[in-house]
Design a protein around this ligand. Sequence first.
Ligand code: ADP
Ligand code: MG
Length: 731
Amino acid sequence: MEVEEAQVTTEPPKIHRLDESVVNRIAAGEVIQRPVSAVKELVENSLDALSSSINVVVKDGGLKLIQVSDDGHGIRYEDLPILCERHTTSKLSSFEDLQSIKSMGFRGEALASMTYVAHVTVTTITKGQLHGYRVSYKDGVMENEPKACAAVKGTQIMIENLFYNMSARKKNLQNSADDYSKIVDLLSRLAIHHTNVSFSCRKHGAGRADVSSVATLSRIDAIRSVYGVSVARSLMKVEASDMDPSSSVFQMDGFISNSEYVAKKITMVLFINDRLVDCTALKRALEIVYAATLPKASKPFIYMSIVLPPEHVDVNVHPTKREVSLLNQEVIIEKIQSVVESRLRSSNETQIFQEQTVEPSSSSPMIFRKDLNRNPLPSGQSGSKSQKVPVNKMVRTDSLDPAGRLHVYLQAEPHGHLVKNTSLTAVRSFVRQRRNPKETADLTSIQELVAEIDSNCHSGMLDIVRHCTYIGMADDVFALLQHDTHLYLANVVSLSKELMYQQVLRRFAHFNAIQLSNPAPLKELIVLALKEGDTDPKPTKNDELNEKIAEMNTELLKEKADLIDEYFSIHIDKDGNLSRLPVVLDQYTPDMDRLPEFALCLANDVDWEDEKNCLQVISAALGNFYAMHPPMLANPSGDGLQFYRKRKSFRNNEESLPCSTAGDDMITDDEIEHELVAEAETAWAQREWSIQHVLFPSMRLFFKPPNSMATNGTFVRVASLEKLYRIFERC
Ligand code: ADP
Ligand code: MG
């Protein structure tokens, strides 16, 4: 096959210019990917035209018909001939305007694109006119002279037979229900942001609209009318801002769900400078905060509007303008993350909610009682909605409790005081049992180990961990932190190792699972681990021994498979393959390069006879495996680059050791293993991301630094800012 092809292509093919209509159709396919992209463009045009009411009608998921009607300023008669040509717009004239663009559109491509992949009819009337005009377009040009017609204020654009000339695209989009729900989703999102505009969206011929919002002054009212009462009542307001040009300039306000909200998937409605966009990094960062604060809880609902100076946002990175890039994105994300985190935490501290759902008749969304301990609910108090719920049915979530578990407060006497801490453990365990019928924390050794973490916690360091700001990585292992006016270096490897260990114990027997795409044969893993450090690549007698050890160890682990599966979600199948690992911190998977070492440790170091020791060693092995070690591939920035020199082979088959020539002159570009460098760069960047967005936020919430860390070099205070300032003042 390959040989044949090579022969055919010996003659270079002739290059010719593509037909303009082909170029346009290709471009159109990019801008209008699905029916929902056409709706988005049309509705944005209506918003740009300052409409106060926008109505959408859809037939057959948008493939048959999309009709968007607005009451905006309309289109001038004399502009109609060029309306649907490519790059005609009323919103941008010079490139510099892009810097401060406020309108949704600016590329002048949307309408043009639609005429290349569908039949487009425009009806419009401008202010002061007695009648409007209707005109149809094909391939960018008018099909006929505009016809005078009766019209109400604004513009109506009709897109018929979308993708009629792109059969492959059309075939791929046959699932109209899916496309319709995407359109409904889009309009729901727009409706809760543009609260001064009323939106509706319905299926052609349907009496009821699937989205229907009226202009309102309050965002929460808009959310209630679009997403429903139960969503709206589980939301809390959040705000954040930074006006310091040296770090970041932005203002954010939004609504985020509390622990009452239940959903399988995250809903993230994000507007940046009034533009509906995706920001994967921010979304993931917030998911982590939720997973960390409300473990086992549902995915959040988040509405956020971020406003930045227009020149800090590059809106022109994508033809559909869906992704934007921001100046100082990392700083902004971190600020927002920490605001959300503390909002969730404080709500957990003060929020009491009923065990059962509130009856629909109740207009008060939830029952707030601050300082319940000091002010137990007086019984017999009238007029209070909360009175319907006996205190002993109230459940409190407490962020101070490591895993944010549910606490129940029982009424000791009818007029009651709340039960004190002593019996709390019993009550907690009862609640846990109800939530997780597969209750296993009655294994006293696990309780003992968790209790040891708590009793061994260093309070001074706890304060640092809870309230520090992550500044960055100082080297491969130490992170720089600020707490009050002090700077600290913290060993990320030991911190993460301990945090993972603690989390394993807390999640004991209740893990979610990471499924390995390829089950890993334990025997081979163990052989690999045994060989590590063995520099001699040639087969030795040791190999036979290693094979035997590995075989025996695999058999042993197969015997213990049930136990480690049930308690640690480590699944080993009957052939001795490892296929599942536990989720120890959400959004984080361990570095699989360390799997061999883990397998060996599991097989070799565990004393299966002593329950407590066994559980502790397995937890510690997991902690070590999941810790954020530096990646195995050397850091390619700076000096590390020399590890990526191409290995030159000599005639005697010896390889030059990559680092043996250190100190040599410059490394030229073609001497480098670029693929490997790219892989290493990704691994290092990924780790740094996890340290900032997974490790530190989770530490703030869960970590109990053991006393030993105060003295073993995990935390080192490097400077106090007051002193530094004093030094600078002298300069
Ligand atoms: P862009 O929005 O990037 O300018 P479009 O192709 O979407 O490009 O639209 C081209 C022009 O048509 C717009 O600049 C605007 O002047 C006009 N236009 C489109 N839709 C409407 C509408 N609903 N109401 C008023 N003017 C519109
Ligand atoms: Mg537009």
